[in-house]
Ligand binder design. Structure first.
Ligand code: CUA
Length: 265
């Protein structure tokens, strides 16, 4: 029994590590089971941080797995020998308090740049020779269970009567910095764009901003990643990264649709 348990623990360590490496390498049949392509200029710093943390946990996972498996195997090989019971080891307690504390402290400082780039340094733009906060490209309003996207109308300002509404399809031009204002109309949601390495809780009563810099055209998934009610699973939208020309065309179409509604009634 002890021997079986020992081998099971070894199998978990070996298979767990093996499958992860397999997926990272993208070998069949686990192609595309690791991170999706990054299409955000600010994405690599997040991937790097992810890999560093994964590396640390991988080392600890393998060490604990091997120690556990070997210990169980040893006692299984000698079943008549009683196990030794240890009650409180000052040195051990110190070691396993100080090492995790040290690792956490290291991560705290190591991630500061990533946090600053993604959450603190609000993008600016130059207007009349002055650096000013960049205007949001669109306003995203999460609600059970859709994402309403508001674009500035002909006046170029968000939050005015001529804003254009579209649901579940966020269009942005490629190769420029995009700021999106996000809000919730009801409960807690979370805005997640895996290809952009972007995730932000959408908190009711708060106006928040996220920013990214798409470098590749395409259609990417936007998912709600906060359990927000029975329809959480279907709260899915798309981010379309298109050329500036296509984007202008999209906005023109949206404006045309808006104008034609009263006439068709
Ligand atoms: Cu909104 Cu889950």
């Amino acid at each position: 029994m002890g021997r079986l348990l020992s081998w099971t623990i070894h199998a978990v360590t070996i298979l767990g590590t093996g499958f992860i490496i397999w997926a990272i390498m993208g070998w069949a049949p686990l192609e595309r089971h690791w991170l999706p392509d990054n299409v955000n200029k600010y994405g690599p710093i997040i991937d790097h941080l992810f890999n560093v943390v994964l590396g640390i946990t991988a080392v600890i996972f393998v060490i604990t797995g091997v120690v556990l498996g070997v210990s169980i195997g040893k006692s299984a090989a000698n079943p008549t020998k009683p196990a030794s019971y240890v009650h409180g080891s000052h040195v051990l307690e110190l070691v396993w308090s100080i090492i995790p504390a040290g690792i956490l402290l290291f991560i705290t400082f190591y991630q500061m740049d990533a946090w600053a780039q993604h959450k603190m340094r609000y993008p600016t733009e130059t207007v009349d020779g002055h650096q000013v906060a960049k205007k949001p490209h669109a306003r995203l309003v999460a609600r059970q269970f859709d994402w309403d996207v508001w674009y500035p109308g002909p006046d170029g300002e968000l939050g005015t009567h001529d804003d254009l509404l579209n649901t579940d399809e966020l269009y942005v031009p490629v190769d420029q910095e995009i700021v999106v204002q996000i809000e919730s109309q009801d409960v807690l949601h979370s805005f997640f764009v895996p290809h952009m390495r972007l995730k932000q809780d959408v908190v009711p009563g708060m106006r928040q901003f996220v920013w990214f810099h798409p470098i590749k055209q395409g259609k990417y998934e936007i998912a709600c990643t906060e359990l927000c009610g029975w329809g959480h699973y279907k709260m899915r939208a798309h981010l379309h990264v298109v050329t500036p020309e296509k984007y202008a065309e999209f906005i023109d179409n949206l404006a045309a649709q808006k104008l034609t509604v009263p006439e068709s009634e």
